[in-house]
Design a protein around this ligand. Sequence first.
Ligand code: BTN
Length: 245
Amino acid sequence: MSFELSTSQIIWLDAIDSTNNFAANLLKTTKPTNGTVILTKCQEKGRGQRGNVWESESGKNIICSIILYPGIKIKDQFKLTQLFSIAVIKFLEAYGIEGKIKWPNDVYVKDEKIAGILIENSLQGSLIKSSILGIGLNVNQVKFASSVATSMRNVTERKFDLEELINNFLNVSFQEFNRLLMNNDPNLKNTYLENLYGLNQPRKFMDKEGEFEGVIKGVDAFGLLIVEKNGKQVQYDLKEITFVR
Ligand code: BTN
């Protein structure tokens, strides 16, 4: 990509089932410009990874999907995951919040989830034709159905101006997109690893053979998690391993 990518168009919706669904429909029916951003106050059927639901109280949080034509190969798709989660970490840092990336792209503060990312790519040949980067980032919500969820407000005991935050979040995100898409940032993997939750720490996991204690050693180029199990390094896909609390 030879030009600097920026937010090209912002679509604000009062309410929608899912901003990722809206983005997918837009891609089916029109040709949205690179960097189109879809935002809503109220998402009624937010989708998460592994078929989970993403719940968010109306008007309290960042609910956003970004459409990109990243021009990268399918084999490099994990780079999008890395850069978007790093963008969230950098954004939180600006507010004094230390986030960690729980593989592959959840963002945690200590042991509670503050943001979730759902990236949906459409492919053409060996390339990613278009990408929908969906994020739910908890800002001013105080109470959650899940006992392991938190928000910027809960962490800092401050209430935030949501509009200002959204602007800042988009600025940081597009800075990160450009870092990868224009300069092919060589530090991407290291930055991701430096911010990876549980790296080199003994933790409990569950795989198809049952519960075990293992140590996260890194990720490979395709985004598989590398865990040391019984002295051996094993690679796991998203559906093959879960963290046990
Ligand atoms: C996860 O943690 O499982 C991912 C959650 C992703 C939620 C966001 S909110 C905006 C976008 N629209 C959706 O339906 N999902 C993503």
